[in-house]
Design a protein around this ligand. Structure first.
Ligand code: GLV
Length: 325
């Protein structure tokens, strides 16, 4: 017997991995926003009504008071398919007794791989070299051509030694780095275990040859990297951001890269996303860009969607969510 579906769920994106959708569909009636490449905020809002028990939120748009007001008192859970929740008004939801979950852990390795990939790309000028080939400007016979920076023997500073920061550190240590330092709220046992030294942010700026941003975007970290921070960094330093674009004051970064205040940057995240193709960042040879690919592997995206579905089902069953916020 087909049976009555127990719950009604809004899914805010049509391209959720099918394994997760199938699991949700076993017990829930789904309303799926159909728009590709992604629904606008208005398109999502137009689908929300007061008969949903849960929302699977895969969107960079804000999940805020307006969304919650439209959904009304029946809504029990919002599961975002992301680890970062700067776009989710968690406090507002919880105030209304609505549970909120995210997807930590399952994407640590994939994001760390992108961090290492981007760090090496900018340090060894790989995209710049590729462009030289395409433009017929291969000058490899010149011994000083396209020289990069060594990761071996360097000081690496990680801003935010959470799960992702630790995954990045673990992967960078075998490159023979000289020193691992990190900043954040406090010294961590996990940092000690990695041989990392906790330093204040200013010290991290001064000492690091490579800085990897792996902290959440909060009011405290918004524009943490501003003109003053760039002025404190080594002119030979490289900045890698896999967290959120707004942790960096992008105007200040562009100016730091143009004037040689720092040597290079690699960004998987930026402002806005998608970045216009003629944006000043795209004109900088010493800036490597990736279109927010951190968690973009088949396995990782499926695991994230599954965890979000498990968050929803657990909340609706009244049991503990695997990844509550
Ligand atoms: C991606 O940026 C995420 O927060 O999962």
């Amino acid at each position: 017997m087909a049976g009555m579906k127990q719950f009604k769920i809004l899914v805010t994106h049509p391209e959720i991995p099918s394994v997760a959708i199938r699991k949700l569909e076993e017990r829930c009636e789904l309303v799926i926003c159909p728009e590709v490449p992604y629904p606008s905020r208005e398109q999502i809002l137009s689908k929300i009504s007061t008969d949903f028990d849960g929302i699977l939120w895969l969107s960079k748009h804000r999940m805020d008071k307006e969304v919650l007001d439209l959904a009304g008192p029946k809504l029990k859970v919002v599961a975002t398919v992301a680890v970062g929740y700067d776009n989710i008004e968690v406090v507002e939801a919880k105030k209304r007794g609505i549970k909120v979950g995210n997807t930590p852990g399952v994407l640590d390795a994939a994001v760390a791989e992108i961090a290492v990939c981007l760090l090496l790309e900018v340090a060894r000028r790989v995209p710049e070299g590729r462009n030289c080939i395409l433009e017929g400007k291969w000058e490899a016979v010149r011994p000083q051509w396209l020289l990069g920076k060594d990761l071996q023997g360097s000081t690496v500073g990680i801003v935010g030694l959470g799960n992702i920061g630790q995954a990045i550190a673990k992967r960078l240590l075998p490159f023979g780095i000289e020193k691992l330092i990190y900043s954040g709220h406090k010294r961590k046992p996990e940092g000690d275990k990695l041989g990392g030294i906790f330093v204040i942010f200013d010290e991290l700026l001064k000492q690091s040859d490579f800085i990897v941003v792996a902290c959440p975007l909060t009011e405290e970290t918004r524009h943490l990297f501003n003109a003053k921070a760039f002025a404190e960094m080594k002119p030979s330093a490289i900045l890698v951001n896999i967290a959120r674009g707004d942790v960096i004051d992008q105007e200040a970064l562009i100016s730091a890269l143009q004037t040689g205040k720092i040597w290079g940057a690699a960004l998987d995240v930026m402002t806005p996303e998608p970045l216009p193709s003629d944006h000043p960042l795209t004109k900088l040879k010493n800036c490597v860009l990736a279109p927010h690919l951190g968690s973009a592997t088949e396995k990782t995206r499926a695991a994230m969607a599954m965890l979000a579905v498990d968050n929803i089902l657990a909340a609706l069953d009244g049991s503990e969510m695997p990844a509550p916020l």
